[in-house]
Design a protein. Sequence first.
Length: 236
Amino acid sequence: MTGCRTQGQIALTFSEGPSDATAGIVRQLNHADARATFFVNASWLYSQQYAMVVQNTYNAGHFIGMTYRVKNDDSSVLTDKELRDDIIKKAEIIESLIQVAPKYVRLHVTDHEDTRTENIMKDLGFILVGYNLDSQDYLHKPVEDVYRQAFQRYKETYDAKGSFISVQYDMPGTVTVSSIPKTINTISDEGYTMVRLDGCLNDPKPYKKSASSKEYVADKFSFNSPGYHDGQNVID
C-alpha cells in the first residue's frame, strides 16, 4: 500500500528512528496540532533515552509502526525460524513500550528485494507499507518544495487532489527539525489534511494484540476512537 483511501489526505511517515532528531520533530508536530507516523527501529530501543522518546511520541498521539532491518542486511544467513523469532523479538521490544504491538512494518531499504522476509512478515500478521511521495530529504533538498511539486504534479495530471503516504528519514543530518513547520504549512497551503497511517487507511484496529498474535486491536488514539485526531494548524 502506498496511498491513502481518501483524496486530499497525506500521512507523513518517519523511518529508521528514533534518533536525536525525533523529539524535535515531535515538538514541531505537536505545535501544529498535527499527527504523524513513526516506523521505529527496535535496535535503537535498548537505549533508555530512545525508549522514552518512543513512549513520549506514542503518548502524544502519534502512530507507531516498525522499521525492520535484518542484521548485516542479509537474511540468507538465518533459517526461517531464526528470522521469525527475530522479527517477533523486535516487535516485542516496541510492544513493551506502548502496550500494543506494531502491525504496520517498513523494511529497511537495501539494494535487493527480500521476498522471503516479506513473506514471513505477512505470515506473522504484519502488513508492509510503502510510500508514493519520497521527500528526498537524504539529498538535502528543501523538503517543502518536494511536497509542493508532488501535489502540483498530481493536480496537473488528474485535475484533482491526490492521496499520499510520504517518507522522511528520522536521522540527524537527514531530517532537519526546521523543515517540519515549512512542510506542514506547504501541506496546508495546498489544501491537504495530515492524518496518521490508520486514518489514511481507514483502519480502526491498527495494532496487533501482541507481537506473536495475528489478532488486531485498537488503542485510545486509533482511527474511529474518541482520541483519534487528524488535521493540522499553520505554524507562524
